[in-house]
Design a protein around this ligand. Structure first.
Ligand SMILES: [Zn+2]
Length: 291
């Protein structure tokens, strides 16, 4: 199947109008999609037809822009014009169609509809016009798509992968609700918010070290349990050695702590202190390679 897609390097309105003049005898159709929160809409604008549909909630903006292309084909089917050009500001949508990603049911439908129209004698060119060219934003398709966010939802099928983000958010929400009931768990005071990830810019050793400190279990402070030995004591003040003692309580290390963070609870250490400062502190007090 041959698709005609133009992804010209168009850097100005003047260039756009030059390109447009090449299609002066074509039926011009503009497509766009819009998303606001969970609402998504697609729109298509042709000389004699303006259409918008609101997709089911949580559909992606990519799905909206793909669906807008199919709406354009639907208009072409009902128009007398033989030669048509479809303008889109979504390069990813056009590339997905061009590469025949048929695992997406919307793209499969576009390919089928396009093939049917080509076989009926239509000539269809898809053309990408980047947003920065300036014909979008004030254009009818953009405004129509935004207006579509407030109409009734249409019964349109879309890839289940679009729902992964909201499924993930729901799981995190449920997980947080369960965790909020575990206030007697000692880790709750360290990390009441479960939606946390260690900075990916940290090295492997530092990431593991921060996680061990966060859960309060380190080789230095807890290996005595496995070995059947007595609990180790702080070399500086002879108090029982725990992560909380190292990071918050030990007065002998308070001067060193002040150089890296000035908080007094484990919760504050892990919520409000940069991981690199915690690492720098344990290096300063010579615990880095022992924890
Ligand atoms: Zn101490």
């Amino acid at each position: 199947m041959q698709l005609t897609i133009i992804a010209a390097i168009i850097i100005s309105k003047r260039k756009f109008f030059e390109l447009r003049s090449e299609f002066s005898h074509h039926l011009e159709i503009y497509t766009d999609g819009s998303k606001n929160g969970i609402r998504t809409a697609a729109a298509v604008v042709a000389p004699n037809s303006v259409k918008t549909v609101r997709l089911p909630d949580n559909a992606s903006i990519f799905t909206a822009k793909i669906h807008a292309l199919d709406m354009a084909l639907d208009i072409i089917r009902h128009e007398r014009s033989k030669d048509c050009v479809v303008f889109s500001n979504s390069l990813s949508s056009l590339q997905a169609v061009e590469s025949c990603k048929v695992e997406n049911p919307l793209i499969l439908k576009i390919l089928k509809d396009h093939n049917q129209l080509i076989n009926s004698g239509k000539s269809i060119t898809f053309c990408w016009i980047p947003c920065h060219v300036g014909i979008w934003g004030k254009g009818d398709a953009d405004i129509t798509a935004k207006a579509g966010l407030d109409v009734a939802i249409s019964n349109i099928r879309f890839p289940v992968s679009n729902l992964l983000i909201c499924v993930n958010q729901l799981c995190v929400k449920k997980w947080q609700q369960l965790w909020n009931q575990c206030t007697s768990n000692k880790l709750y005071s360290v990390q009441p918010d479960i939606d946390f990830s260690v900075s990916s810019s940290m090295g492997r050793y530092d990431s593991v070290l921060i996680n061990h400190l966060r859960i309060g279990h380190t080789r230095l402070t807890n290996s005595y349990l496995l070995k059947g030995e007595s609990q180790p004591v702080c070399e500086a003040c002879r108090s029982p050695l725990t992560v909380k003692h190292i990071l918050v309580d030990c007065t002998c290390y308070s001067a060193a702590r002040q150089r890296y963070f000035g908080v007094n609870t484990l919760k504050d250490v892990f919520e409000n202190v940069a991981s690199r400062n915690i690492i720098a502190y344990v290096k300063d007090i010579s615990f880095y390679n022992r924890i």
